[in-house]
Design a protein around this ligand. Structure first.
Ligand code: GDP
Ligand code: MG
Length: 293
């Protein structure tokens, strides 16, 4: 068999079961879930690897629940999703009639990305309703393959998955399979902090910073994480911390929230800022932080 690989972007209104479905799709064939920001593609959420294929799933995180923001955010995501998806996975809740996102629908209809509709939560419905909903959506998006499923109960998720594999383009993996499966959780956790540093500080600060996870303890109900942010000079330390510690606090809060989504557990995050003088110019330090020198 020739190798297949591609990006599957999951879109849909809030609360329709996108994350539940992704967990089903990724979980059963667990490889890795990451929250790493990519430069060329948007956020990767789940990667599934076998010898024959690699699927890179993206969920839509953080859609805000006000009508305007939601719409905005949907639109932005759909724009990117249409550009870089190999397959669109549109999750619709049983009973959901599309009236809110007409523009989004237009975009989807106009594109030529293969599309699968997951008609979710059929456990809450009956056959007749499911049939009429399928007909409704088939008319809206004629080229879509529609699968009535229950993400929660794992019902019919396998047929949907098989169709995904069929539609997946032939190609080499995008991400190194060995490397991904070998990366410890700690790596992804440090990447989340690094991402926030990139978001909130300017100029050389992000580049002069390195994140080190000092300890990662899963206590069952909560995960305790101790992280060090290493910078090159004392002035940078001051900038990272900010006036009254506000800047660092913001990084901490945002990172913790992302970690909780990523790890699916409460997180207690402690961060310290330390100076490791000119670490970027020292071979031994670079090696210590995991860079090839
Ligand atoms: P998201 O906001 O689209 O990511 O939705 P979630 O995956 O977080 O699910 C929202 C809610 O719907 C949760 O309470 C899920 O347990 C529930 N849910 C998801 N799939 C199903 C399903 O197939 N049947 C039922 N009854 N509930 C579901
Ligand atoms: Mg979700």
């Amino acid at each position: 068999m020739t190798h297949k690989s591609g990006f599957v972007n999951i879109i849909g209104s809030p609360n329709v079961g996108k994350s539940t479905l992704m967990n089903q799709l990724v979980g059963e064939r667990l490889s890795i879930i990451t929250n790493k920001a990519q430069t060329t593609r948007h956020r990767i959420m789940g990667i599934v690897n076998t010898d024959d294929y690699q699927i890179v799933y993206s969920d839509t995180p953080g859609i805000v629940n006000s009508a305007y923001e939601l719409h905005d955010s949907m639109m932005r995501f759909v724009q990117t999703a249409l550009q870089d998806a190999d397959i669109l996975l549109l999750v619709i809740e049983i009973g959901e009639k599309n009236l809110n996102h007409l523009e989004t629908l237009d975009k989807i209809v106009a594109s030529n990305v293969p599309i699968i509709i997951a008609m979710n939560k059929i456990d809450k419905s009956d056959e007749e309703k499911v049939k009429s909903q399928m007909a409704f959506w088939k008319e809206k998006i004629p080229r879509a393959d529609i699968f009535p499923i229950s993400a929660l109960h794992g019902f019919n998720v396998d047929s949907l998955f098989n169709r995904l594999i069929e539609l997946l383009p032939v190609g080499e993996p995008f991400y190194d399979k060995e490397e991904l499966t070998d990366k410890p959780l700690k790596f992804f956790v440090s990447e989340i902090i690094r991402e926030k540093i990139f978001l909130h500080y300017k100029k050389e600060i992000p580049y002069a910073s390195e994140v080190e996870i000092e300890s990662f303890k899963d206590l069952g109900h909560i995960i305790h994480i101790d992280a060090n942010i290493m910078v090159e000079r004392p002035t940078q330390k001051g900038i990272i911390i900010g006036h009254m510690g506000k800047a660092l606090k913001r990084v901490g809060t945002e990172a913790r929230k992302d970690m909780e989504v990523f790890l699916n557990k409460k997180v207690f995050l402690q961060m310290h800022v330390k100076v490791d003088k000119d670490w970027r110019s020292k071979k031994t330090r670079l090696k210590y932080y995991g860079y090839n020198t």
